[in-house]
Design a protein around this ligand. Structure first.
Ligand SMILES: C[S@@+](CC[C@H](N)C(=O)[O-])C[C@H]1O[C@@H](n2cnc3c(N)ncnc32)[C@H](O)[C@@H]1O
Length: 169
């Protein structure tokens, strides 16, 4: 085999709040929609970030950007792809907007911080037509009543993985 996985500079596994099916759903969506930027708002230890970061090794057109409030929670080996700060600050919103605008293909933006309704309301307006927004913990931390910003968008999510996503028209 040509690939020596032992040479990857980060070893599995870091904790992620996602299930295996949900990780698989993101990879399916990335392939299906030709996603070139994955933005994760709320990184925590970095388990999902590590998968996305590793993908860049084999897909140079693909980029990952994480946003996390607390520097000490994320595995420091992921520092290069994580932006530290409050996802609701003007600075972080501007940096994310700029990364989205620079992305050559669709962006998939995941709302997974501590206030998902506010996050959806903040970030749905800044992604572009053809970009996708996903929310984690639907039915627990974010509910139907909070979906105003995406209600008219096409649903492209993964019900079997409990992972809703919407594509911006
Ligand atoms: C549920 S965890 C994220 C789980 C992670 N996506 C995963 O797959 O394992 C939520 C994270 O959001 C972070 N967070 C909370 N409020 C935030 C804010 N205003 N801006 C950025 N990150 C925030 C928390 O520190 C926490 O690490």
């Amino acid at each position: 085999m040509g690939l020596d996985l032992y040479k990857l500079p980060i070893t599995p596994f870091l904790h992620t709040a996602h299930t295996w099916s949900q990780v698989a759903a993101y990879f399916d969506a990335i392939g299906k929609w030709g996603v070139t930027l994955f933005v994760e708002i709320g990184v925590d230890k970095g388990g999902l970030a590590a998968f996305m970061w590793a993908r860049q090794t084999f897909h140079p057109e693909f980029n990952y950007l994480g946003v996390e409030l607390h520097t000490h929670v994320v595995d420091p080996r992921l520092n290069a792809c994580v932006l530290y700060g409050d996802a609701f600050s003007d600075h972080i919103i501007d940096v994310v907007r700029s990364a989205v605008n620079k992305s050559s293909g669709p962006c998939l933006l995941l709302c997974d911080n501590g206030n998902k309704p506010r996050e959806l309301a903040t970030y749905a307006p800044i992604i572009r037509s053809g970009d996708i927004v996903a929310v984690h913990d639907y039915g627990v931390e974010i509910h139907q009543k909070d979906l105003g910003p995406v209600l008219s968008w096409e649903f492209v999510g993964y019900l079997e993985a409990d992972l809703p996503m919407w594509k911006k028209p």
